[in-house]
Design a protein. Structure first.
Length: 459
């Protein structure tokens, strides 16, 4: 009989190698290759024809009259918004975030609300003892909620317990990296264990109609730890973002088979837990009555929700020969370099001898390309020491040719700005048609040079 071939699996990226090495050839991580026991392949299994001998699968049409799974609204509006309306029966949701960001707190609050509404909810903690979870529930004022609590790490024990009675409507596993399946070898948290445990839990959820929520750890670069296939196995992936030094938290939908992606829910961390923020713009705007140089308000868009944020810029002139520094917080540093290059090449402004610092107020992260014009306005204002009017917002995308291009959902951005008391907007010229209904005074610009001339009062 042939000797089974050894295989080594990278714990960071999941790549497979047939010999051990100190560094993974795919992700370049060190000391992440771990030997994994291969599955036994017999000659019968290798030669068997899979086109026969199986169980026939029922095929249905798209218009079949079948009861669709229902949604369970948690009662937390911001969480329901990110989920697309609530948890779906038989779905699997993966939520990841930095340690201490509030994942367990949010899920405990959602579990308590559903349990108080009459739903059967099971909360299984693999990181904390049951008494620790109860102490947190009492601190949050949720001690009386009828949540079924357990502290376990064996996937077999958990599924055996849940199969003894009626399945719960919601099952929370905190966290999937602590679960262990005795069907394969390996320590909890390894690629094979995470994959096997998640597969068994998801199979139980699909068969019994339970909404499953898996809490996932994150790596140092912010991505969810474990095999990448874990994100493909689940129906919804939520990322809990924010800095522990700041009060707010953002729940972002990265993948959602039952709703739209890029939706966000905004929360504020308080003594009694996470509270909803119905008006996120209030978190990211500075209350000021007079104009400040280098500050511009940008109406960002997260899914279907407009959020007004303040973009701040600072330029410091250096002596000749010194290397200027570029520091960015909350935006793409590569895009800042592009905007600076366009301002120098197309508008005649010189930033080569100045240090440039760019910050998005409140720790908010902007990924919208419509922020180009707002960033350019902040940079020009900081360089010329001319403040942008406090009642104005700016948005638009800048091309390498210096053209200001229109962006999506302009009417929604203008409507949100008008609702918060702004009176004018600096926008691409193509968006001035039909934008008067927002109640704002629109100033349209075709090129970045025209926009700079307007800010500097040169025409």
């Amino acid at each position: 009989m042939a000797k089974p071939q050894k295989r080594y699996v990278c714990q960071a990226c999941g790549s497979v190698s047939h010999r051990w090495a100190g560094q993974c050839a795919d992700c370049a991580e060190w000391n992440t290759l771990v030997e994994e026991a291969p599955s036994v392949v017999t000659p019968f299994h290798a030669k068997h024809n899979l086109q026969s001998g199986g169980r026939a699968v029922q095929l249905v049409g798209l218009d079949a009259d079948i009861a669709l799974p229902e949604r369970m609204a948690t009662g937390i509006a911001e969480l329901d918004r990110a989920l697309g309306g609530g948890f779906v029966e038989g779905s699997a949701t993966l939520i990841g975030g930095d340690p201490g960001i509030g994942k367990s707190t949010l899920l405990l609050q959602a579990a308590a609300k559903l349990a108080s509404a009459g739903r059967a909810v099971a909360y299984v903690s693999g990181e904390e003892a049951a008494d620790q979870v109860r102490l947190r529930a009492r601190r949050l004022g949720l001690g009386a909620a009828p949540v079924q609590l357990a502290a376990a790490t064996s996937t077999r024990d958990i599924l055996t317990t849940l199969s003894m009675g009626a399945p719960p409507a919601l099952l929370v596993i905190d966290s999937i990296q602590t679960m262990h399946s005795d069907t394969i070898e390996g320590a909890p948290g390894t690629v094979s264990q995470v994959r096997a445990s998640a597969q068994e839990l998801i199979r139980f959820a699909k068969e019994r109609g339970t909404a499953l929520v898996l809490v996932g750890h994150v790596t140092k670069d912010g991505s969810i730890a474990g095999p990448r296939v874990l994100e493909h196995m689940v129906d919804t992936v939520l990322a809990f973002e924010g800095e522990r030094s700041h009060q707010y938290r953002i729940l972002r939908a990265i993948k959602n088979r039952f709703g739209g992606t890029d939706e966000i829910g905004v929360f504020a961390m308080q003594n009694e837990g996470l509270s909803e923020v119905s008006n996120p713009s209030a978190l990211f705007l500075t209350n000021r009555e007079e104009g400040v140089t280098g500050a511009t308000v940008f109406p960002a868009l997260e899914g279907t929700r407009p959020v007004l944020v303040e973009i701040q810029a600072l330029t410091v002139r250096l002596a000749s020969g010194a290397t200027p520094r570029r520091a960015v917080v909350g935006w793409d540093s590569g895009r800042l370099a592009m905007i600076l290059a366009v301002l120098e090449a197309r508008c005649g402004l010189s930033f080569s001898s100045a240090e440039v610092y760019l910050n998005v107020a409140g720790g908010y992260r902007v990924q919208d390309p419509a922020a180009d014009v707002a960033v350019a306005a902040a940079l020009v204002s900081a360089l010329s020491e001319r403040p942008v009017p406090v009642d104005a917002v700016a948005f638009g995308e800048i091309s390498l040719s210096g053209e200001i291009r229109p962006v999506a959902h302009g009417a929604l951005r203008l409507k949100e700005a008008a609702k918060l008391g702004f009176e004018r907007a600096l926008v691409p010229v193509a968006m001035t048609k039909g934008g008067e209904d927002s109640g704002l005074k629109l100033a349209g610009f075709r090129t970045l040079a025209q926009f700079v001339d307007h800010m500097l009062g040169r025409g």
